[in-house]
Design a protein around this ligand. Structure first.
Ligand code: ADP
Ligand code: ADP
Length: 238
């Protein structure tokens, strides 16, 4: 069994018109420790695909799901977002949607998920500091998350997900709020992840620069998975 399996998955948000689907008949397999890129035009279904993996669909987004999504043998319908949090971490495209809104400091924000896991205090502190350093925002540790820029929020959201040490990292446009220098830094961190045993799914409109790190590239268009294969070959078709 593959780590992630989509079998004939279609999803329609409750507010979508009758004849529109965010995903339509998507089937694919992703293996353990694979590094998969996802590209395609706006509204192609990329974010929706990402939301299925940690079971935000169907558990958080209202709509109609058909087919099955399983991650590590667990059906998305038979789990909860909390249970999935240590298996799959999702970085939202908009980091402001991700932040809890309840934390008064950056370190509290990273610690939030770890406290829910019931980890000992010294391990929580260690994981927080390590990942804030990795994302180059250790100097913001006492700052109020509400006062961060888009790029700083995106780094914080990624630090919080990495601190959970999920098996699968699902990164939806992780550099959307960053300037070119910040984008380089974050993509450098991400390119190192597949060597650390993570399975990585990366959505980006600028995957060309990551092509040599990717094992496979998926192309979504109008809710359908229209191409999947060797990144260089797929990019040549584009
Ligand atoms: P992108 O195409 O870059 O994923 P969108 O502009 O489609 O971004 O969506 C921005 C936000 O609005 C997302 O959080 C998405 O879930 C939400 N959204 C998109 N389309 C709709 C819609 N038709 N109804 C409600 N929310 C939507
Ligand atoms: P992409 O990430 O490729 O831009 P999305 O998965 O965001 O694509 O969107 C696919 C379709 O689903 C679009 O038509 C979009 O408007 C719709 N959609 C996305 N998010 C929502 C939402 N939260 N509520 C309603 N419709 C949505």
């Amino acid at each position: 069994m593959s780590l992630i399996e989509f079998d004939d998955v279609s999803f329609q948000y409750r507010t979508q018109p009758d004849d529109e689907y965010a995903l339509e008949s998507v089937s694919c397999r992703i293996e353990r420790e694979e590094f998969v890129g996802i590209t395609g035009p706006s509204h192609a279904g990329k974010s929706t695909f990402c939301r299925c993996i940690p079971s935000y669909i169907p558990n958080f987004f209202d709509g109609t799901l058909s087919g099955t999504v399983t991650v590590d043998g667990v059906d998305a319908r038979e789990t909860t977002i909390g249970e999935m949090a240590t298996t799959a971490g999702l970085l939202f495209e908009n980091p402001f949607d991700q932040l809890t809104g309840a934390s008064t400091s950056v370190i509290e924000e990273v610690a939030f998920g770890l406290e829910n896991l019931g980890l000992p205090a010294d391990e929580i502190l260690e994981r927080c500091v390590e990942n804030l350093e990795r994302m180059n925002i250790r100097d913001l540790i006492d700052r109020n998350p509400q006062q961060l820029s888009g790029g700083q929020s995106q780094r914080l959201a990624l630090a919080a997900i990495l601190a959970m040490q999920p098996e699968v990292l699902v990164l939806d446009e992780p550099a959307s709020q960053l300037d070119p220098h910040g984008t380089d830094e974050v993509f450098d961190v991400i390119s190192g992840m597949d060597d650390e045993g993570y399975t990585v799914i990366l959505v980006s409109q600028q995957l060309g620069r990551m092509a040599r790190h990717l094992d496979r590239l998926f192309v979504l268009d109008n809710g359908r998975l229209v191409d999947q294969g060797d990144p260089r070959e797929v990019l040549d078709h584009e």
